[in-house]
Design a protein around this ligand. Structure first.
Ligand code: DSN
Length: 407
């Protein structure tokens, strides 16, 4: 690379990723093959339209690529092409959700989703998101005692609010989602069921979390979380919604798709079809369970008491350290987490009571239960034993050296 400045910055980021423990639940490391596809010549091509119907010439090979990726997306999740379709053009998760909403409910209409401060996502109608400007929202949350989804309460709310779309899916909820219950709720009020499976897509693909597809009308997902692909998104729809979803993505929502990312998504889907990916998905959950148990043994409060997935939330407020300080101290020790509101948080989002922890990235590096216990020890050293983060950092670096980031 002739640009020395950017080259140096990339090198520094490579070193940062190698030398730190990434516990951000939504991050992962892609393979070298995914990166190779992402850096391919497809970045040079405009391909507005869909396979066989493009606005520019020179797209026969792009057509081959996009068709293959659509087919793989369906195959990975066990879907038949007469019943389901897939769109690989949404640039990421937020636009994928917004294009899906536009396709299903006109602006001003009503949707229902999980509140952001109860484990949902910004694009599920948070007041901070355009989604709340464009549509009206009713929000469900978790039960005040169990911190788990209360499906009876969600049913009551749906009957009261009569939404046109019910959004199921979370970004900070550690328990399995019962998509069958959500289907029954949607049916009771004649709503579409949209599942945003961004966080759990890799778990679903690997058979480690129940699939939403038998129950949903539309499924959106990012491709870069547990699915271990490049940054991007997939949108799945029941065949009868094909026209409106595809038109909502292009031409109504976006222009030219990023086909280099489509190629990289294709590689990630191929990787997720391999038997080793099933082992990976199970190992992510085993690691999350091991890490949450180890932290619990040190006295930390794990929201809902544990996890069935790749992530969990810790309420650290009793320790006298809040989310922002914890995130900063841990980063100085080389442990990367994000502060997170916990349900019914008395603290504000910029310094919440919680920290969210996830294991997709450390699992990709090959770490197992033994390392999870060591990592829990590092976290405890920094947050409670008040060891100097710079000292812990040396230990962290040593551990990281044994588990190279290979992509
Ligand atoms: N930012 C992602 C997460 O961390 O969960 C969701 O978009």
């Amino acid at each position: 690379m002739k640009d020395k400045k950017i080259k140096k910055i990339i090198k520094k980021e490579e070193e940062r990723q190698q030398d730190t423990i990434d516990l951000i639940a939504s991050e992962n490391y892609v393979s070298r093959d995914v990166r190779e596809a992402s850096a391919s010549v497809f970045t040079n091509k405009y391909s507005e339209g869909y396979p066989g119907k493009r606005y520019y010439a020179g797209n026969s090979i792009v057509d081959e690529l996009e068709t293959l990726v659509q087919e793989r997306a369906l195959k990975l999740f066990g879907l038949r092409s007469h019943a389901w379709g897939a769109n690989a053009q949404a640039l990421s998760g937020a636009p994928a959700n917004i294009w899906a909403y536009f396709a299903l409910v006109p602006p001003g209409g009503k949707l229902m989703g999980q509140a952001l401060d109860q484990g949902g996502h910004l694009t599920h109608g948070s007041p901070a998101s355009h989604t709340s400007t464009l549509w009206r929202w009713a929000h469900y949350g978790v039960d005040a005692h169990t911190y788990r989804l209360d499906y009876d309460a969600i049913m009551r709310l749906a009957k009261k609010e009569n939404p046109k779309v019910i959004v199921a899916g979370t970004s900070a909820y550690s328990r399995r989602i019962d998509f069958k219950r959500f289907r029954a709720i949607a049916d009771a009020v004649g709503a579409y069921l949209l599942v945003d499976m961004s966080h759990i897509a890799g778990l679903v693909a690997g058979g480690a979390h129940p699939s939403p597809f038998p129950y949903a009308d539309v499924v959106t997902t990012t491709t870069h979380k547990t699915l271990r692909g490049p940054r991007g998104a997939l949108l799945f729809f029941k065949k009868e919604l094909e026209k409106q979803i595809n038109a909502s993505v292009f031409p109504k929502g976006q222009g030219g798709p990023h086909q280099h990312q489509t190629a990289a998504i294709g590689v990630a889907l191929y990787e997720a079809m391999q038997p080793s990916f099933r082992r990976y998905a199970k190992e992510i959950i085993k690691n999350a369970d091991a890490l949450s148990r180890a932290l619990k043994n040190f006295g930390y409060t794990i929201i809902t008491g544990g996890t069935d997935t790749h992530l969990f939330l810790i309420d650290i407020s009793q320790t006298g350290v809040y989310g922002k300080e914890a995130q900063t101290l841990l980063e100085r020790a080389g442990i990367i987490v994000n502060m997170n509101s916990i349900p019914f948080d008395s603290q504000k989002p910029f310094n919440p009571s919680g920290v969210r922890i996830g294991t997709p990235a450390v699992t990709t590096r090959g770490m197992k239960a033994k390392e999870m216990k060591i990592i829990a020890g590092f976290i405890h050293d920094v947050l409670q034993k008040k060891k100097k983060p710079d000292g812990v950092r040396k230990e962290v670096k040593k551990l990281c050296a044994k588990f190279p980031v290979s992509g």
